[in-house]
Design a protein. Structure first.
Lengths: 529, 335
């Protein structure tokens, strides 16, 4: 059905950029460049570049995905990493070169689709085209004769061409349908533009932040409360939404037996929150797929972990530290976790501990103490003690102990809840007093969520229309022949390569012939022969 | 902290489903063998002007005009070209066996779902089985609708390879899901992508067949003799058309699947799009298929060039489904 393609010739005009102009000056060159940019071939190339450019973004660690992985990459490839960074390869999707590709693509798209939209708007208002003289040359052409009058034939044809827009030209009807396809195509492409704009606006005005909250603690949505925050260019971080919440309880459940023992089955965090200082307290059950929405900000549950509680006493037995300390897990299967306890205010020398927490401690065959299950069935902690200067004047991570200015105190035995390790040299004692859990959360304000969803939905709708509406034209001509009978010609032209156009045209023809036969008293056309 | 028992797994159902999968693989392997015989030894005959060609139009062999019984004289300027394909009795039997394998596959998935008490495409193994189900479903559809059962000899190859990999390396017992998958968007998202992926698979395999057939045709046009299966392949126009059809079906579904995934990601991880490797690759596939659709609308790109883009798209889909899980780390820890 390749010849039916001629109907889409308009696209192919744009597909073949003309030769560069000679001696036309700036305007001519600009026009030429514009034609190239908005041609289908350029669109194809840009689409390819868009796909190819995305590949490094999946191979190399990306800052948007995980800053930690990028840091690790820097440590492992100290020579290469700065070079990669020079080409923005750790920030592919916000890099200038990637932006150049998609911005060009979208300029091309606008330049291609807007004129088409205008042309289509005119076409929708225009009358169907004049009936061609030689209907026999159309991809589908049929003829038959009938005893009905030409006028009656055309009247009947109007009834058969349901859903077509019909125009009478002399002894013929010209009809067209499927206008929606072009509209769908324009809708789809414009929706993509809309999607891009929504995403851009969301990125400029939104923010995303990470925080860690221990059971029984609270959180206030202000800049210093965050462990990390990633604001957009135009986000005012001094005026974040003034909500607060309190983590009342957290429960993680794991599968207890079978092959899948230890796989998490659910996480539930109970929150009490207030939208603003004046607002009423409300409750929310935070689960993995059930975020808290407050004042346009979403708060999500990302992960969880253990925060063992420690009580540290000085040599006199006075409590100098009593806190739950979040530990980071090494692996989800056992939740063996690492953490650091820093005790700056002992009165004397500062204390520091590097700890390993095992939620379900058991001895393995080698006699080592390991965790065999992520739930806290038999929690135990081992500590490595240090005494001296924590060096806390410099900013440092709460998960790392700088032991440069400290001397070792040795290693504790495995401590169960309630156990106390008496530090050597009368340095005091540390008690493993209990286990709390913490949740790691993410807050996110992205104004693009709904606009982007709307644009994407419109795009799908437009796409379906584009792909499945078949524009087509049908002509019917009725002329009285020399023998006094009426010759009827039906011709059809499908404008897409969709199958079934000809079948449909034939169906129209047979229906028309059938009705005329009924009108003229059941005589089928060929009974005359 | 509480502990829950694992959701009870229905053992009888679980073992039934394991038996079914073996039966299904045997059925597909037998069907492939028979299809291959048809492809190699079947007589290359013209397909009847069926659904692809206008009904009752140009009915006479090779003729463009004809008068049907109502006295309507019809002239179709371009029929879809004559479509030829090797046919033999073996193909019919093969088709029957494929239908059987398909039924076994449906039964396998249902019983596994009952065994685990949830929707049954929650891990890589189940995912592969479902993908193959769709691909074979697409094959059956094409066989009945487009008389394209000759595709069996090609589509069943990746199906068997994937099922083999699934059973050999990716098998896990039925069981519950990790919490991130507890959302009704997950089945919607994954189902859409599996269906689209299965259709892309049929289209990609058909596209590869097209490329070979197209070359054979070109060489035949030069007067060369083309030996072997390459010379007996179905007509390129028909293959091109079928592979395009499957993309028309799959592309919007893929688009929808990505959107459903974004909605789920928004619920689960707090961002609807985060450029995680799985997301990057589904985006790449989407762009490549958009390029395919544009290529078909661009002068000078239809035919083999566009089909190469299709094959590339198929490669990215497969890479995404199977390699990305193992090559890159990401949040989509589905495996
Ligand atoms: C983000 C990039 C783009 C995507 C995802 C996209 C996607 C699509 C899709 C899916 C179709 C339907 C094809 C069909 O009817 O079979 C289409 C058609 C079309 N696109 Fe795009 N497009 C993009 C950019 C562009 C650009 C930059 C141009 C202009 C140069 C363009 C011009 C067209 C035209 C003219 C058609 C109609 C083709 C026809 O009538 O068959 N598109 N596009």
């Amino acid at each position: 059905m390749t010849t039916a393609q001629t109907g889409t010739a308009t696209d192919d005009n744009a597909a073949e950029p003309s030769a560069p102009p000679r001696g036309l000056g700036v305007v001519g060159w600009a026009r030429w460049a514009w034609r190239i940019l908005t041609s289908m071939r350029t669109a194809l190339i840009l689409l390819f570049l868009l796909a190819v450019g995305a590949i490094p973004g999946s191979i190399l660690p990306q800052n948007v995905v995980s800053v930690d992985e990028v840091t690790t990459y820097y440590q492992e490839h100290p020579e290469l990493a700065p070079w990669l960074d020079r080409f923005f390869l750790f920030d592919v999707f916000s890099s200038p070169w990637y932006a150049a590709i998609y911005l060009l693509l979208f300029v091309s798209l606008a330049g291609c689709v807007l004129p088409r939209a205008l042309a289509h708007a005119r076409a929708v208002r225009a009358r169907p085209v004049r009936t061609p003289r030689h209907l026999g040359r159309m991809p589908y052409a049929a003829r038959f004769s009938t005893d009905a009058e030409p006028e009656a034939v055309l009247e009947r044809a109007r009834g058969v061409l349901k859903g077509y827009r019909i125009e009478r030209y002399g002894d013929s009807l010209s009809s067209e349908t499927g206008y929606l396809r072009e509209a769908g195509n324009v809708l789809f492409h414009l929706a993509l533009l809309g999607l891009l704009l929504a995403l851009a606006a969301g990125a400029f005005f939104g923010y995303r932040g990470n925080m860690l909250v221990v059971e029984g603690d609270g959180f206030a949505n202000t800049l210093p409360s965050y462990d990390a925050i990633y604001p957009g260019h135009w986000t005012d971080t001094d005026r974040l939404e003034p909500f607060t919440f309190h983590l009342d309880d957290f429960e993680a459940s794991f599968i207890e037996d079978g092959d899948l023992r230890g796989q998490a089955s659910s996480y539930v965090a109970d929150l009490t929150y207030t939208e603003s200082p004046e607002a009423e307290e409300e409750r929310h059950r935070l689960e993995v797929n059930h975020p808290l929405t407050v004042d346009g900000v979403q708060v999500y549950l990302l992960g969880h972990g253990y925060a063992p509680e420690f009580v540290v006493r000085d040599a006199e037995g006075d409590v100098v530290f009593d806190q739950a300390v979040p530990f980071l897990y090494r692996e989800t299967a056992t939740f063996t976790s690492d953490g650091v306890v820093k005790v700056p205010d002992t009165g004397g020398e500062q204390l520091g501990f590097v700890g390993v927490f095992l939620p379900t401690a058991e001895e393995n065959q080698a006699g080592e103490l390991v965790s065999t299950y992520p739930g806290a069935e038999n929690p135990a902690v081992t500590l490595q003690g240090y005494q001296g200067d924590l060096g806390m004047i410099d900013p440092q991570s709460v998960y790392q102990l700088n032991t440069e200015g400290m001397e070792e105190l040795g290693e504790s035995p495995a401590l169960e809840v309630g156990d106390t390790w008496e530090l050597p040299d009368g340095a005091g004692s540390i008690t493993f007093s209990g286990v709390k859990e913490y949740v790691s959360l993410q807050s996110n304000r992205d104004g693009a969520r709904l606009p982007a969803l709307t644009a994407a939905t419109l795009a799908v709708a437009g796409l379906l229309i584009t792909l499945f509406v078949r524009p087509r034209r049908v002509w019917v001509r009725a002329t009285r022949g020399a023998d006094g009978r009426t010759g009827v010609e039906v011709a059809g032209l499908g404008k897409t390569e969709a199958a079934g156009d000809n079948a449909e045209f034939h169906e129209l023809t047979t229906r028309l012939a059938g009705r005329l036969r009924a009108d003229t008293g059941g005589a089928t056309p060929d009974e005359k022969e | 902290m509480t502990y829950t028992l694992a959701a009870p797994v229905n053992e009888a159902m679980a073992s039934a489903s394991d038996t079914l999968i073996i039966a299904m693989i045997v059925a597909y392997a037998a069907a492939l063998f028979l299809f291959a015989i048809e492809a190699a030894y079947g007589r290359r005959t013209s397909l009847k002007a069926g659904r692809l060609m206008p009904v009752a139009v140009g009915g006479r062999e090779g003729g463009d005009t004809g008068a049907d019984d109502a006295g309507i004289e019809v002239n179709v300027r371009s029929t879809e070209g004559e479509a030829k394909a090797p046919r033999s009795m073996m193909g019919r039997i093969a088709l029957g066996v494929t239908v059987l394998g398909f039924a076994l596959s449906v039964a396998q998935i249902v019983s596994r779902g009952l065994a685990a008490g949830r929707w049954p495409w929650g891990n890589m193994f189940e995912f592969i089985v479902a993908l193959c189900l769709i691909a074979v479903g697409g094959l059956l559809f094409a066989s009945f609708r487009y008389q394209a059962r000759f595709l069996g000899a090609f589509v069943l190859v990746p199906v068997l390879v994937l099922l083999g990999i699934g059973v050999r390396w990716l098998y896990v017992d039925p069981g519950p899901l990790i919490p991130a998958l507890h959302s009704y968007w997950v089945p919607i998202h994954v189902t859409a992508l599996i269906i689209a992926g299965g259709a892309f698979m049929v289209s990609g395999v058909t596209g590869i067949t097209y490329l070979v057939s197209h070359r054979a045709e070109a060489r035949r046009a030069l007067g060369e003799k083309v030996a072997g299966i390459a010379g007996r392949l179905p007509s390129p126009e028909l293959l091109d058309r079928i592979s395009h059809r499957f993309i028309l079906f799959a592309f919007p579904l893929w688009t929808f699947g990505i959107i459903a995934g974004a909605i789920w990601a928004d619920e689960a991880w707090g961002r609807f799009w985060g450029w995680d490797p799985k997301e990057v690759w589904s985006f790449i596939s989407w762009v490549v298929y958009a390029a395919y659709l544009h290529a078909r609308a661009t002068g000078g790109w239809r035919g083999p060039k566009a089909t190469w883009i299709n094959v590339l798209g198929f490669a990215t889909v497969m890479f995404n489904f199977f390699a990305v899980n193992y090559v890159f780390s990401g949040l989509h820890s589905y495996a």
